[in-house]
Design a protein. Structure first.
Ligand code: SF4
Length: 263
């Protein structure tokens, strides 16, 4: 049987996450994919067969039937906008089904901009969360190991294109999605997958300069979110349906005390 392309995280009962692709233009040293495709009791492997837009919509309807979702997030173990048309088709269909009664967020590295310069997705979503990850191209290369040349330059081009679009839409008094930048706090190196951690000697893993990243975000007029690394996402207990159900009801079990700010 095909695994659902919509997964739900403990403590985030109202959010359905779309596992749309495992392909990515980065190979971040902190990426959870390095530890396998098991994530909070869901298998995100996709087995080389990403879901079609029709399958995602079918899975969305099934998940929405069980727990009326407040938000859909395109965020898996890959770059959603590498499947731009699929994201767009799913967004259109979700809007047809739920109108504005549900939020839609896209989490992106911004690097799909190197393949396709399109921003029409902004007409359909409420939030775009973009991984800034570093204050400089050098730091970005050191942590994200991009597979394309000038990745940080591509990211900056993408940010500027969104900013220009935002200014235009503001002039027309049109709605524009919330835009935010994110960095990963890599100081908790024990949470970094071993293959990534081993790229640097102990104590030398690159850490973003949070102040400089904040200044970049402020320069664009957007907030910066500092994300903590996932600590226990592969633990077997997340596959226990009883525990998952407790979490999805919004009850925080003891073992979650340290994880709520990591999701
Ligand atoms: S951009 Fe995201 S999915 Fe891609 S390697 Fe980095 S953390 Fe993983």
């Amino acid at each position: 049987m095909r695994a659902s392309s919509i997964y739900v995280l403990p403590c985030k009962a109202g959010s359905g996450y779309v596992n749309i692709t495992n392909a990515c233009l980065n190979d971040c040293l902190f990426c959870i994919k390095r530890d396998g495709a098991h994530f909070y009791g869901s298998d995100l492997a996709l087995d080389g067969r990403p879901p079609s837009a029709a399958e995602i919509v079918e899975d969305f309807e099934a998940a929405d039937d069980v727990r009326r979702l407040k938000e859909v997030v395109f965020c898996g173990m890959g770059e959603p906008l590498l499947r731009y048309n699929c994201v767009l088709d799913v967004c259109r269909e979700i809007r047809r089904l739920r109108g504005q009664s549900i939020g839609i967020r896209v989490d992106t590295s911004g690097l799909a901009w190197s393949k396709e310069k399109r921003l029409d997705i902004l007409d359909w979503i409420n939030c775009m969360s973009i991984s800034l990850n570093a204050e400089s191209a050098e730091k970005y290369e050191a942590m994200c190991k991009p597979k394309i040349r000038n990745a940080y330059g591509v990211l900056m081009d993408f940010l500027w294109a969104i900013k220009v679009e935002q200014v235009e839409q503001d002039k027309l008094n049109c709605c524009f999605p919330h835009v935010r930048l994110t960095v990963v706090d890599t100081r908790e190196t024990d949470c970094i997958p071993e293959s990534g951690r081993q790229a640097y000697p102990p104590g030398q893993f690159p850490v973003p300069d949070f102040d400089k990243c904040e200044a970049i975000a402020t320069g664009f007029g957007w907030p910066l979110i500092v994300k903590r690394l996932f600590r226990d996402s592969r633990d077997d207990h997340w596959s226990d349906p009883a525990l998952r159900e407790i979490c999805l009801q919004g009850i925080t079990p003891d073992l979650c005390k340290d994880c709520s700010n990591r999701h």
